[in-house]
Design a protein around this ligand. Structure first.
Ligand code: SF4
Length: 439
């Protein structure tokens, strides 16, 4: 959307008081996200009274989920556009849309991404690269297939061209995303798998205008990281694991949300695997990719979850020792199949389980990070924190969701530039963050 708006001649500004049009791109995956979106819309609506703002546009999953109901309740919003209408953002921004203030076409009617759509990056050194849109699974707690439509993979050539453009623009980390990334390509003709796509991306030249061997600020001209997020335990296959194992520039980072491990809860969730298949999968990854880092996501307090189910989950987390763990409390809504399930878990009980699980993970993470002390790591610099102190990420830290690695530069050392790779020797580890000296 940003790319289209820029191409239409608009200037993007950072501060809302400077904007003539404000676009709020929303999430409504869980209740907290929807509440946060609504709060932000109401806060930004005030700039129509007290700023230069003339139009307020709300895009994304909030209008897609709550449709005309939300548009009737928010007269301060000039246009709503759903997930299937992102290509009409310019008409919503300039007010030239003639089909009313609420654009909600079927998300399935739109391709995953228009290959000619320009990209406008919010970060210069890291870019999310969408490989597919939508999801054809039926997890009972999830509204995404309704909001985003069925899975539509982008043709590999299209993804590769976009990736090359991003690398040419200086991006140092490509983060592949989709709702179910490891199912990539199974809906294409001819079929292709994610391993094949990543293989092609891993071989793309980085900043080809630089001569081989030309080093700029260390080794930054030589390579870019490729990271894959949002794998699915049922679709992650040997080809993908092998590709990760055989390419040093593909992060050995496996983000595989499992949601739970109790077989009865998984069945109620509409997930087709068992604790045993998960155990085998993680053992296989660790044996084939010795430096593999595992991340997962869980839902606690799903309807019917008993103390025994929770204990089973806790034991699994203690034994598997994930490097990173995200936990959500079950978020109920009348439009979800899980809403009709019996034995909803009281919020207080779910919260207690959350606290217990997170305390267990805190210990695991703290112990796990000790192993990096004394090691030399490559870190992608994200920002300056203070004089001679910078924040960045190692290959095992994904943007926004994992911890950070802090880089100390000594007197006389050159500064660590945002978007460059630096090497550090780790000197200390906190529960979720590392710190080290630039070497
Ligand atoms: S696989 Fe992910 S996006 Fe698809 S329905 Fe399940 S939770 Fe939702």
């Amino acid at each position: 959307m940003l790319g289209r708006i820029k191409r239409a001649g608009w200037t993007i500004v950072e501060e809302p008081e400077e904007a003539e049009v404000i676009v709020v791109n929303t999430c409504s995956f869980i209740e907290d996200a929807a509440d946060e979106s609504i709060e932000m819309i109401l806060e930004l609506a005030q700039y129509k009274q007290a700023g230069s703002c003339k139009r307020l546009v709300v895009a994304g999953c909030l209008p897609e989920r709550y449709r005309e109901e939300i548009s009737n309740q928010m007269p301060e919003v000039d246009a709503f556009i759903g997930t299937g209408a992102y290509d009409q953002i310019v008409a919503a921004v300039d007010g030239s849309n003639t089909s009313g203030g609420c654009l909600l076409p079927d998300p399935d009617s739109n391709p995953a991404q228009d290959k000619d759509a320009p990209r406008a990056l919010s970060e210069s050194h890291m870019a999310y690269l969408k490989v597919a849109e939508g999801c054809s699974r039926h997890c009972t707690y999830c509204i995404i297939p309704k909001l985003r439509g069925k899975k539509r993979s982008r043709p590999p050539q299209e993804v590769i061209v976009e990736a090359q453009n991003l690398l040419d623009a200086g991006v140092k980390e490509l983060v592949l995303v989709a709702q179910d990334t490891t199912s990539y390509g199974k809906d294409l003709q001819p079929k292709i798998n994610l391993g094949q796509l990543v293989e092609s991306l891993a071989g793309l030249p980085v900043n080809p205008s630089w001569q081989p061997g030309a080093h700029v600020d260390g080794n930054e001209a030589d390579h870019a990281w490729i990271r894959v997020l949002y794998g699915h335990p049922e679709s992650i296959d040997d080809a993908f694991i092998k590709t990760v194992a055989s390419h040093p520039n593909v992060c050995s980072y496996f983000d595989i949300p499992i949601q739970h491990v109790s077989s009865r809860i998984l069945k109620k969730m509409g997930r087709q695997y068992t604790r045993e298949t998960l155990r085998r999968l993680f053992d296989k990854i660790r044996s084939q990719v010795p430096d593999a880092v595992l991340r997962t996501t869980l839902i606690l307090g799903f309807p019917g979850e008993t103390e025994k189910d929770f204990e089973t989950l806790l034991r699994f987390i203690e034994n598997t020792r994930f490097d990173h763990l995200g936990v959500f409390l079950y978020s109920d809504s009348g439009d979800l199949p899980s809403h009709a399930l019996p034995d909803h878990v009281p919020a207080g009980v779910a919260q207690e389980r959350y606290d217990q699980l997170m305390s267990c993970q805190l210990d695991i993470s703290a112990q796990n990070y000790q192993k990096y002390i004394g090691q030399t790591l490559e870190v992608l610099v994200e920002e300056a924190v203070e004089e001679r102190l910078y924040a960045g990420r190692a290959t095992f830290q994904a943007p926004e969701v994992d911890g950070m690695t802090y880089i100390k530069c000594g007197v006389g050392q050159s500064e660590a530039r945002t978007g460059s790779f630096v090497r550090i020797k780790v000197t200390d580890a906190m529960e979720y963050d590392l710190i080290g000296d630039s070497v």
